[in-house]
Each structure stands twice: as C-alpha cells, then as structure tokens.
Ligand binder design. Structure first.
Ligand code: GRF
Length: 203
C-alpha cells in the first residue's frame, strides 16, 4: 500500500513509520512526505531515508481549501492510497476528509475521547489521571473524534511534568502508529460506511 505522510515538525512519528515500512513484512510503502512548513527536521529525516518530499506552505494559500487541494494533488501525483498525519498541525477541510474517509489516520497524544484538542498531555496532568496514552484514529470531520484503531496506555508518575509525560507518551506513539498503519495497509482493519471500525477476522 502506497502511503503519504503529512508532517509539520520534528517527525519522530514519521521516523517510526519509515522504520516500520522498511521491514520486509510491512504492507506499507511510504512514497512521499509532505510538510506544511519548510526546513523542518522531518523533511531531512525523509530525505535521508531516500523518500521524496514536498513542501506545501499554508502561508502561501489564500484559503484552507486551496491549501488542501494542493496537498490532495501531490498525494494523487504519487498514487497515495493511505495518508498518515504525523504531527501535522493543520485542520483539514471537510471536502478533503470526506474524499480520504477511511484512508486518513491521525495520532493524538491522549486516550480519546478524553482530552481532545491541544495540550492533551497537560490536560491529563491537570485532570489528575493516573493513566494517559495515545490514540491512532481515522480522521473524521469532527476534530479528534474519528473511529479508534489503536491505543497505547502509559502510567502518569507522581513527579511527572508536562515534558516527562509527553516524552513517555511519544514513546508509546512510536509503537502505536506503526501498528495502526500496518493494520490499515494490510487490510486487517477498515472503516465501515457508518463510521464503525471493521476488523477483518480472516486476517
Ligand atoms: C506528537 O506529540 C503527536 O502526538 C502530535 O504531534 C507530535 C508529533 O511529534 N500530533 P513528531 O513531529 O512526530 O515528533
């Protein structure tokens, strides 16, 4: 399965996805990495792995829909079948999300539906939860609300700060995202028309 990865920054999730896709057993082949910001470390990671990169700078577009349709054109140019949002910090329009429904994955640093939105790790700390984690889900039009594919839990320690908890969650992300990509790329999991997750029990 041809995979496109959208990034905005350091790309540690991208790194984990690239390492997974390199395995001979993987059903995924990452064919393009697109960043909405130029010069970020994630672009260097992709280039070092020999993967084609493109920058679609959102500041150069008059509207969200023009930005999204440019992203879409690049994905089509590379024959992408599944898209991973790996630390991609833009909200995509409904038109884009509808077109890629069931093919668009995102990672969020909380156990959804808890702690949607920004600073999820900080929200968890402030809520005093003893267990936190990350969620890989299909992207739906409502932000952070799509069908859940994989979750991974981590403990919250008594002396945790936002940074120490975020670091522990990010380690979990690097396990969860590759696992979720493999499930979708390999056909073990898909999204039903009504938005439910379907596990292909024959796998
Ligand atoms: C991660 O914390 C992820 O949960 C959030 O953005 C961050 C991406 O980090 N969506 P990286 O760019 O993959 O290192």
């Amino acid at each position: 399965t041809r995979v496109g990865v959208l990034i905005s920054g350091t790309g540690t999730n991208l790194q984990a996805l690239m390492e997974q896709a390199k395995k001979p057993s993987s059903a995924a082949e990452i064919v393009v990495v697109i960043s909405n910001r130029p010069g970020v470390l994630g672009l260097k990671r992709a280039s070092m792995a020999g993967i084609q990169t493109r920058v679609v700078d959102h500041k150069l577009y008059g509207s969200r829909s023009e930005f999204d349709s440019t992203i879409d054109r690049v994905l089509e140019e590379f024959g992408v079948e599944v898209v991973c949002l790996a630390g991609f910090m833009r909200i995509l329009t409904g038109t884009f999300v509808k077109k890629w429904n069931g093919k668009l994955l995102n990672i969020h640093p909380s156990l959804l539906p808890s702690f949607k939105g920004v600073n999820a790790q900080k929200q968890a700390l402030q809520a005093g939860v003893r267990v936190a984690g990350c969620t890989v889900h299909f992207v739906a039009e409502e932000v952070d609300a799509g069908a859940i594919i994989v979750q991974e839990a981590v403990p919250v320690l008594m002396n945790d700060t936002e940074d120490s908890l975020s670091e522990r969650i990010r380690e979990a992300e690097h396990q969860a995202f590759p696992a979720a990509l493999e499930l979708v790329a390999g056909g073990a999991v898909r999204l039903a028309e009504d938005g439910r997750i379907i596990w292909n029990s024959m796998m």
